[in-house]
Ligand binder design. Sequence first.
Ligand SMILES: *Cc1c(COP(=O)(O)O)cnc(C)c1O
Length: 372
Amino acid sequence: MQRYSIPLTPGPVSIPEEVLAAYQFDYGSADLEEDFFRLYAGCERDLQMVLGTQSQVTIQTGEGMLALWGALKSVLRPGDRVLAVATGIFGYGIGEMARQLGAEVEVVGFGHDQAIDPQPVWEAAKRFRPRLVTAVHCETPSGVLNPLDVVGAICRDVDALYYVDFVASAGGAPVEMDSCRIDLGLGGSQKVFSLMPDLSVLAVSDRAWAAVEETGYVGYDALKPWRTALGDRYFPYTHNWHALAGLAVSLQMLLDEGLAEVYTRHAEVAAYCRQRLQSMGVRLFPADEDFAAPTVTAAYVPDQWTWDALDAALRSNGMVVGGNYGDLAGKVFRIGHMGSQANLNLVRRGMDVLETVLTAHPVRQTAPSPRS
Ligand SMILES: *Cc1c(COP(=O)(O)O)cnc(C)c1O
């Protein structure tokens, strides 16, 4: 198994020593002890600050996908209408998940290199009258950051619940759940929070809780028991005390640095990464730099390179970045600079390696755009 000195994947990201240390202690029984309940309550309060919300924030065992599925299953009944706003693999995927659950799904779709345009969303919402509107803040596979507030206003106008996947942005870009009127906000541990892939975060508004009660879904990923779990000192299963201890450290680090400073750090590292790529003649994937994500940068695999050859060359220099899925596989690669990896020195070292590798095998500048 190879290890890398320049970790730049867009999740799981490198785990800071302080966070890792929290996993190394022995704790008691997470299902019984007041110390655990206090730890959980503290993480919830800190997450409310990071997410800009007064809503209850639940923290469950599992990674981001658990939150994506659990939130859908907990508020949807077969036949319910879902408007999936999609600009990338996760956005389209969430629509497909809702369809698999028996919902009637309409997709307002955009190109993977585009951000949400509110006008067609507004038109579709008025006509279709969905129970739930889904969107993705940062499309990790394509490095696009979508606007959240305009879609939230549309949801209120048509009285729909607003479901937002901010797994790859929360903590690295402002999400402002309450001012964006988000009802179900979904996060995961292995992106900006820089933990192992072992926790999911699901913030739930009062409107969403009402829908949860109405739907009555039961199951391992069900939201319902989490409404009263802390108050009743009765969780649906034995929680991951080690991971919660790591999350508490990670959140404290974000709040000690200051959220505004954290967001600036991410924006500056991302801008630096884009500038270095462009100076090497590597073409950025998002059509407009204005909606390039601060947590992950996506770029076209340079001509004369296959993704496999580029990946191998970087790895042999100790650097690991992200490949891609679906239509973007082999064409678009990603540099993850979120959380612990939003570090200018790290990204500079990575860009230096990339430059060395590409210089040995220069980029041809005249390529037509392979639109996906
Ligand atoms: C990482 C990620 C998820 C969660 O996927 P996992 O496989 O659980 O890590 C969901 N949405 C987005 C946008 C992500 O980047």
